[in-house]
Design a protein around this ligand. Sequence first.
Ligand SMILES: [Zn+2]
Length: 286
Amino acid sequence: MPELPEVEALAGYLRERAVGRRVDRVEVAAISALKTYEPAPAAASGRTVTDARRHGKFLAVVFDDDLHLVVHLARAGWLHYREAFPSGGPLRPGKGPIALRVRLDDGSGFDLTEAGTQKKLAAYLVTDPAAVPGVAKLGPDALAADLDTFAGRLRSRRGQVKGVLTDQTVLAGVGNAYSDEILHAARLSPFALSDRLTDEQVAALHEATGRVLGDAVSRSLGQKAAELKGEKRSGLTVHARTGLPCPICGDTVREVSFADSSLQYCPTCQTGGKPLADRRLSRLVR
Ligand SMILES: [Zn+2]
């Protein structure tokens, strides 16, 4: 799933490539992906791309400053910039991976795509990004929050720190992958309770958040959209690295599985050498 660094890089790429171009038209191939009716996609035609921004993990393309195409890429969504589109008529609604296409006046443009059968990509065409429920509820940006804001937000919600850190209403931008990375960098157990963290632990978590996300953003900037996923993978220390050695201490990275997700951590770095209970396994044992 694209998180803060990838969405930031996609916005940066669009700012470089699409700003100043006029919209030829917006084509919707996956009707269910477009969550708004008014304004209609035709309202974008003839407008100029004036900006591309990030709101948490949402990407927003701005047309003439007051029409926003806000997109949540969900788990398997992505943006593909095309220098040119294959010839032929407009996109037909269908079962392919393309959800939405934006054609620009120089023949280039971009496709919003979603792999797999679970269609969760959500696009909104709005005059104000705050009209998108998920955007309105976002907490402060995880990369921009100073220590006081960060600490206040984190302690406002009682729960396992992994869950609190990925709650977009607490802090915006961090998802499953980067929370694994941040907790590893801060040497904290994903199951530590947010309201029991010491000031030192909160400060370490704040520092790790800024460092992990900042490093990922700088690695991603200047990358083409297609190269971003590889770039993300290359920077990971524990996430999606179950069974591989921790690059810090050499211990084996372990995993805890949930119904539809999993987390990875290093026991030596994060949990005093003790493996965390994997609920899936303990259920089998019980
Ligand atoms: Zn380690």
